[in-house]
Design a protein around this ligand. Structure first.
Ligand code: MG
Length: 329
């Protein structure tokens, strides 16, 4: 059956029936607005993201189910980057009337699986016919106790730069697809099924360990630059310290130029944070406890030091920002 036969309200009713009741939700899907409760002494964190077919994803390289999961996950990652707890999600979707209902169901299954995994509730959204590509807009709301949310503006000279997980896997998978090759299933999942680092972000925030934090959507070079700008500081990154997966290393042996993907490749959705040097061990053990390893990759410097990379030979060069900018290609 095509979506055109089911209709918008048939689609919304089928989703509402599956979401059910959830804590904090007085009114969810189906009224003019959601009516929600946030815990006393908390502040609301809100973030939104747009995913456009052929710009952010291609159905040749992802399933509709994985797309539904990723559309939610990348938004949860933004709440993780503030140290918050995600609670409510809204999904806007435009797709052609000729879309198969089964494909749409797979997308909704992905959305609901990702929200369920993280204890988040789908409380609203909108649907509309698209004359061409799919357009997905997800908004997430989370909360954090007053005074605990971590911004991009708190890094000070002497702080250390830490990153979770490994870098460049997602960009490597994408570059393989673009070259007509197939990444192995682990690399493909690093691109199509990112894991928002919610527990780690909350731990780094609630313990006051992170002085600044961001999630890696555009690559370390670009995303750390956002922290440096907001904090009015510089930084030196240690090239050999960048955490790389075994899969990434095996490709790197054949193609040394791929190291650029670890610095400038996007969509890792790992957390990048700054931590006072005296609290490094505490931060590393927090990562260990949560099961998402943190790696120290550099030091925050005075602004005059700029943003630079020190390579294995000890040579230092300015770090050119190669992150993704939608309006400057
Ligand atoms: Mg972000």
């Amino acid at each position: 059956m095509k979506l055109g036969a089911l209709g918008e309200f048939g689609l919304i009713d089928s989703i509402r029936a599956r979401v059910g009741v959830a804590p904090g939700v007085h009114r969810g899907i189906g009224d003019d607005a959601a009516e929600l409760e946030i815990p006393a002494g908390h502040r609301l964190l809100t973030s939104t993201d747009l995913l456009l077919e052929e710009v952010h994803f291609r159905f040749a390289w992802t399933s509709a189910y994985d797309l539904g999961r990723k559309a939610v996950a990348v938004n949860l990652s933004d709440i993780a980057a503030m140290g918050g707890e995600p609670r409510f999600v809204y999904v806007g979707l435009a797709c052609p009337a000729a879309t198969e209902v089964s494909q749409l169901e797979a997308f909704v299954n992905g959305v609901l699986a990702e929200t369920a995994e993280h204890g988040v509730t789908l409380v609203g959204g909108d649907t509309c016919r698209s004359p061409g590509p799919w357009v997905i807009s997800v908004t997430v709301e989370g909360t954090a106790p007053v005074g605990t949310a971590v911004g991009r503006d708190g890094a000070s000279p002497g702080d250390l730069v830490l990153v979770s997980g490994t870098l460049g896997d997602s960009a490597l998978a994408l570059s393989l697809w673009q070259q007509g090759e197939n990444p192995d299933s682990w690399l493909a999942a690093r691109h199509n099924r990112p894991s928002p680092r919610i527990a780690l972000g909350r731990e780094l925030a609630l313990t006051g360990l992170a002085t600044a934090m961001i999630d890696l959507s555009d690559g370390v070079a670009s995303d750390l630059e956002h922290i440096l700008q907001a904090s009015g500081v510089g930084a030196e990154i240690l090239g050999p310290a960048l955490p790389l997966s075994l899969a990434f290393r095996s490709h790197l042996e054949r193609q040394p130029g791929l190291i650029d993907l670890a610095l400038g490749g996007g969509e890792d959705y790992e957390l990048l944070c700054t931590v006072p040097a005296a609290r490094l061990d505490e931060a590393l053990s927090a990562g260990g406890r949560i099961g998402v390893p943190l790696t120290m990759i550099g030091t925050v410097k005075e602004r005059a030091a700029g943003f630079r990379l020190r390579d294995a030979a000890g040579e230092v060069r300015p770090l050119r920002v190669r992150g993704y900018d939608h309006f400057c290609r």
